[in-house]
Write a protein that binds this ligand. Structure first.
Ligand code: FAD
Length: 454
């Protein structure tokens, strides 16, 4: 097995592994510098929302799970709660509206925490809270991953591909079955789960809420999804592409998180942090599709970052210093210019094209929004922070790619299309994936070294 050394085309993208690795090398230092700059390092999040789907009381109390917060007074006035809650811009940015309090703010593909005056909303310096090994594992994290992958069940895809046994089966296990809140789907089949069953399953006091996670079932479910996503041939109808893209993004995020865990592993016996090659080979290296999904997610994010470039040219950074605003603008421009060598890593125009495009897009959005809510069920503060941030980051990428034409991405014509938090999340998520590709190269060298005759 040539672990960690994938070759050839990355499915559902316009790139091969080598070009992604070449771009990654070119822009790695630039994105690292960006995420350490004032604009991109501070993030606001509500870390203590109740899990809306089941009773999550397994909170990780390890020191490594906790998040260090900062006092909001260190932030520029424009980014503080008072300034934000005084006025809210309408989503189109053309009208001022009184701030309406809500738990989540609908931001198209994802949900940005918006109860900004809640006590559980905190400010975080992301550079002080790296995503790495925390020890969070077991049924709690397994249940969250299962619920996230269950969102891969698309009713319209089921309809067009004549049923999806995998999804129906897993729903019957009593897992976190989360119904799309808004989609009216004309093709909805009366599937294996009745309405009554569904409402029983998703209530917090559900008798199923503490059903122990069956690891073998979860494993089989995920293997089936992976095979489905990888096995689809080019002759499949277009609808399958959307389902594959959804799966690849989630799996790519999952792989990336695992890579960070393995790359910054805590060896309890030795009491030191460092890369753990066995962890990488077991979780990622020996699963080619998981490896491929990291590159896929990187390619999609790169396309989104590239597309939002012109919007950021004229964006008001409001760091509190004109000089700092200008420096940020120049750093972003320089980074995007370097990433220009391969602008079409992903072709979003191939998606949402068929006769059911609009309904499928609505469903895709609903599933993604549910993933945002599932992140409130992660039982480890730091994992929750990065889980939430990266869901917002991926959601922002989807919003950039699928909600706007290139020409409408202009903050003068259409200002405030994106909140600061969305831009910060997009770039930090891209940086996480960039670090993952970087770590793959390190693990490849470690593996080659281990295998070479001494
Ligand atoms: P898991 O990673 O829990 O995976 C469960 C099952 O999913 C596996 O058995 C496998 O069948 C399948 N699977 C695994 N990877 C993939 C993939 N890429 N694609 C498709 N299927 C896959 N722990 C930390 O130490 N630090 C963190 O920062 C952290 N952040 C987390 C964030 C979130 C949102 C969640 C849900 C968990 C997080 N965790 C974190 C926990 C971590 O992800 C694992 O759950 C934990 O380390 C246990 O790993 P595992 O080997 O049992 O498999």
């Amino acid at each position: 097995n040539d672990y960690c050394n994938p070759q050839g085309q990355i499915r559902d993208t316009c790139c091969d592994y080598q070009s992604i690795e070449a771009i990654q090398s070119d822009v790695f230092q630039k994105i690292q510098n960006l995420v350490h700059s004032k604009f991109f390092r501070y993030y606001r999040a509500d870390l203590w929302k109740e899990c809306p789907f089941w009773n999550e009381d397994a909170l990780c109390t390890n020191r490594d799970c906790s998040v260090a917060t900062i006092d909001e007074n260190v932030l520029p006035v424009d980014w503080r709660k008072d300034a934000l809650s005084a006025i809210q811009l309408s989503p189109k940015g053309s009208l001022f509206q009184p701030f309406k309090q809500c738990t989540y703010k609908d931001q198209d593909f994802c949900l940005v925490d918006d109860q900004i005056d809640s006590d559980s909303v905190v400010y975080i310096d992301l550079t002080e809270n790296p995503e790495r090994f925390t020890g969070y594992a077991g049924p709690s994290s397994g249940r969250v991953w299962k619920a996230i992958y269950e969102e891969n069940c698309f009713d319209i895809v089921h309809h067009m591909t004549e049923g999806c046994e995998t999804c129906n089966n897993i729903m019957n296990l009593g897992g976190a079955n989360i119904e799309s809140p808004t989609t009216v789907n004309p093709f909805k089949k009366t599937a294996a789960v009745s309405k009554q069953q569904q409402s029983r399953l998703k209530k917090p006091d559900s008798p199923f809420a503490h059903v122990p996670l069956d690891k073998a079932e979860l494993h089989q479910f995920l293997e089936d999804l992976a095979e489905e996503a990888d096995g689809g041939s080019d002759s499949n109808d277009e609808v399958c592409l959307e389902k594959r893209v959804y799966y690849r993004l989630i799996s790519g995020l999952h792989s990336s998180i695992s890579i960070h865990i393995c790359d910054e592993w805590f060896d309890r016996e030795a009491g030191i942090w460092g890369p753990n090659l066995d962890c990488f080979v077991n979780r990622i290296g020996s699963h080619p599709e998981r490896l491929q999904n990291v590159y896929f997610t990187y390619a999609l994010l790169l396309r989104a970052v590239h597309k939002i470039g012109p919007y950021l040219d004229k964006y008001e950074y409001r760091t509190g210093s004109i000089q700092e605003d200008e420096n940020t603008r120049l750093m972003v421009q320089d980074f995007i210019k370097s990433a220009d060598s391969c602008p079409s890593t992903f072709d979003e125009k191939l998606m949402f094209k068929g006769p059911e495009a609009q309904a499928l897009k609505a469903e895709f959005k609903d599933h993604f929004r549910n993933v945002s809510k599932i992140m409130d069920c992660v039982g480890c503060e730091k994992c929750r922070l990065w889980g939430k941030l990266q869901t917002v980051g991926l959601g922002t990428a989807l919003k950039v790619l699928f909600s706007y034409e290139d020409k409408s991405l202009d903050p003068i014509k259409n200002h405030d299309l994106f909140e600061r938090g969305e831009i910060v999340a997009l770039f930090n998520t891209f940086n996480r994936l960039s670090e993952s590709v970087h770590a793959i190269k390190t693990f490849r060298a470690m593996y080659a070294d281990k295998m070479s005759p001494k």
